[in-house]
Design a protein around this ligand. Structure first.
Ligand SMILES: [Zn+2]
Ligand SMILES: [Zn+2]
Length: 214
């Protein structure tokens, strides 16, 4: 992990700012003072770093990403032995090539509980953390292009895919511009990127994500 850049205004070390709904491990890193949590909506000119004097600034994305990844690495800690944990993937391993390559995730050898996409596993004692890693709330996917609309078959494909991936939710798809997909219910942590990826592939348009936790 590269050293955090010093604040240009006061010289204190930079703390990376996390945007989006924080995972449990991100909350742990936040409690340890390793990251700042900015909330769900990411402004266009979102700064990458803050400091203890609350200055904000940006560097390159790679340095910022590496600092965020490093801060949550190994968390949450194992409740049995205190060891570091990593992702245990039951499905969708193809979306986690980077994490699998650098050891932050592994593929489960046994199928997981129905509808559960991933868990955490202790690297030391192999305890699987029970998956309380669900957030209840509303996720809205809003088309970035306000002129885009969805055909009936596109909406059907998205609906079928959501039904398979997040069966415990209800969803509403507005096909007319501005296209908006609202998902309400329990969504496992980590499912947002695959959902977004699939919706963008079917709709052939970029979407913004707004998540509200309950
Ligand atoms: Zn500063
Ligand atoms: Zn353990």
């Amino acid at each position: 992990m590269s050293a955090a850049p010093a604040c240009v205004a006061c010289g204190h070390p930079g703390i990376p700012i996390l945007y989006g709904l924080p995972t449990p491990e991100a909350w742990q890193a936040h409690r340890e003072g390793l990251i700042e949590v900015a909330g769900c909506f990411r402004p266009d000119e979102a700064p990458h770093w803050t400091c203890e004097q609350r200055h904000t600034w940006s560097t390159n994305e790679a340095q910022w990403d590496a600092a965020l990844d490093g801060a949550v690495e190994g968390r949450p800690y194992c409740p049995v032995c205190g060891g570091h944990t990593r992702d245990l993937l039951y499905t969708l391993a193809e979306h986690y090539q980077r994490e699998l390559a650098d050891g932050r995730a592994e593929v489960a050898t046994k199928p997981g509980p129905a509808g559960i996409h991933r868990a955490r596993i202790c690297r030391a004692c192999r305890t699987v953390l029970p998956l309380s890693r669900m957030s209840k709330g509303v996720v809205r996917l809003i088309a970035e292009d306000p002129s885009v609309s969805l055909g009936p078959d596109q909406a059907d494909r998205i609906q079928a895919w959501l039904g398979e991936l997040v069966p415990t939710t209800t969803y509403h798809i507005r096909r007319e511009p501005p296209v908006e997909i609202t998902i309400t219910g329990h969504i496992a942590w980590g499912l947002q990127p695959p959902i977004l990826e699939q919706v963008e592939a079917v709709a052939e348009c970029r979407f913004q994500v707004e998540a509200t936790a309950h």
